[in-house]
Design a protein around this ligand. Structure first.
Ligand SMILES: Cc1cc2nc3c(=O)[nH]c(=O)nc-3n(C[C@H](O)[C@H](O)[C@H](O)COP(=O)(O)OP(=O)(O)OC[C@H]3O[C@@H](n4cnc5c(N)ncnc54)[C@H](O)[C@@H]3O)c2cc1C
Length: 471
């Protein structure tokens, strides 16, 4: 176990720092984005490079310590940190190298998407990622990655070219289509189950400025808006992305004072096609007479960071999610019902479209299984006040239970808290789960990397329930 002698030994082997209880920086080192998470690791190894990661994993394994891998620290369930174990913290490893000619970027495992966007935007290029700049590259990529460019350029993993991984046995390996294709397959959706990814290499897409932003309508138009949206977005050109949301208008610019504090429904758009076509593309949206038409041309990183300030680190979050194939009228009714009861001003529901390029990759081509889903739905109760934990949790669970029967049956692993049981992890991977188990046995036979949506060793392929038939 991680006694003080082991921690001292680890410190002596690392170029980076090791934080333990009692160190002045331990409190900030163990903090993650979700303020509901309050874990106390025995030690936090702030790795300064690959050699540090190899050393930390070696000490973690030889001392039989529980190990978590921390990328950006954004995970819903706080899976970057653990109680009493060793955190392999990559937050000091944020190097980014763009190759504008080859249109690729190499990113170290602890970088955030804002840092990647800044580096690639200088060349008018971008990696399709999420909708916040503060999210970590590591966790988001390994779970799949949906965001503003998904319909046009696919999931983040569809733009991953290779990964460098430190395995549980301390070896450093490369995974790509040509090298260890089994591991590369599993990394694209299978989370942090297989090792510590010290560097990712992505293909870059030609995205410079976009035309995007929110359009909002009064909540009493939700029923009609959601019915309109479910048809419109799936027929729109793939350069157009728009996620549907219920939200309370924040009391700050760019939202007009007249709307502050009002619960509304809306769509947050991103048009990545030629700006000259934007007026034509958004004409049907304008025709619906939104109370706010906040769509404008902006640099890609501006859209990516537009919501950061409304959701600073330390808020308390409770999440529930599902993939969605269609949104029948009965589901619309449940959405409308729960939208009228948003428990706190920051609580919200998002439906991220994931058709287009995502559908062009087969469901067994990567570990990410729900390729035929049309939306990635997430319900999140959010508030700064611990006294409201119960309220946001109850609303999220009840809302999820009401709409879950209309779902495709599984959820995006990056939107799961980790309290839903192993069955939900299997449901996320369906018929890819047995193959994930095989890869797990090959690369992490002792399940050293298990602070994640765990591909559990004890479950044999036969025990895994078959996938539901495609819609
Ligand atoms: C405000 C907010 C907005 C979000 N928006 C989106 C979005 O638009 N699209 C989307 O797809 N997701 C989104 N997410 C979800 C996000 O993808 C997950 O929370 C993800 O786990 C975050 O990755 P991280 O590296 O920051 O997390 P961490 O908490 O550091 O790690 C999460 C998990 O990934 C593993 N991991 C992280 N880095 C590595 C690595 N280098 N090697 C091996 N394992 C690693 C960890 O072990 C852990 O199990 C959002 C989350 C938040 C809080």
């Amino acid at each position: 176990m991680l006694d003080s002698a082991t921690i001292e030994h680890l410190s002596s082997r690392l170029r980076g720092r090791v934080l333990a209880p009692g160190d002045p920086e331990y409190a900030s080192g163990r903090r993650v984005y979700n303020g509901m998470i309050d874990r106390h690791p025995a030690a936090i190894a702030q790795c300064a490079g690959v050699a540090d990661v190899v050393a930390a994993v070696g000490v973690g394994v030889s001392s039989d310590a529980l190990m978590s891998i921390r990328g950006g620290g954004h995970n819903a369930g706080g899976l970057g940190v653990c109680d009493d174990g060793l955190v392999v913290d990559l937050s000091q490893m944020r190097g980014i190298r763009v190759d504008p000619e080859a249109r690729t970027v190499r990113v170290e495992g602890g970088a955030t998407w804002g840092e990647v966007d800044r580096a690639t935007h200088a060349y008018g290029l971008a990696v399709p990622s999420g909708i916040f700049s503060t999210t970590g590259v590591g966790g988001l990529t390994l779970g799949g990655g949906t965001g503003h460019l998904t319909r046009r350029y696919g999931l983040t993993i569809d733009n991953l070219l290779s990964a460098q991984v430190v395995l549980a046995d301390g070896s450093l390996v490369r995974a790509s289509e040509d090298e260890r294709p089994d591991l590369f397959w599993a990394l694209r959706g299978g989370g942090g189950n297989f090792g510590v990814v010290v560097a990712f290499e992505f293909r870059l897409q030609p995205v410079d400025s976009v035309v995007g932003g929110p359009t909002l309508w009064p909540l009493d138009r939700s029923r009609d808006l959601l019915r309109w949206y479910r048809e419109f977005i799936l027929e729109a050109p793939e350069d157009l992305n728009g996620f549907f949301t219920f939200m309370t208008v924040p009391p700050a610019p760019p939202f007009p004072p007249g709307l502050h504090g009002q619960p509304m429904c809306g769509v947050v758009w991103c048009w990545a096609g030629p700006a000259t076509r934007a007026a034509e593309v958004f004409a049907p949206v304008r025709a619906l007479g939104p109370s706010l038409f906040g769509v404008q041309q902006m640099p890609w990183p501006a859209l990516q960071s537009a919501f950061d300030s409304f959701y600073p680190p330390g808020l308390r979050w409770y999440w529930r999610a599902d993939f969605i194939r269609e949104i029948p009228d009965a589901a619309v009714e449940e959405h409308v019902r729960y939208a009228q009861r948003l428990p706190t001003p920051l609580s919200t529901m998002h439906l991220y479209p994931m058709d287009g390029a995502v559908h062009r990759v087969g469901r067994s081509e990567t570990a990410f299984s729900f390729r035929e889903a049309n939306w990635n739905q997430v319900i999140v109760g959010v508030d700064p006040d611990p006294a409201l934990d119960q309220r946001i949790t109850r609303w999220t669970r009840e809302y999820w239970e009401a709409v879950h029967p209309y779902s495709a049956g599984g959820a995006y692993v990056n939107f799961m808290m980790g309290d839903e049981g192993g069955g939900r992890v299997q449901a996320a991977y369906r018929d890819n789960y047995p193959r994930l188990l095989e890869v797990k046995r090959r690369y992490d036979p002792e399940n050293r990397f298990r602070v994640n949506q765990n591909i559990a060793q004890g479950v044999s392929a036969q025990e895994v329930s078959p996938a539901p038939p495609p819609a």
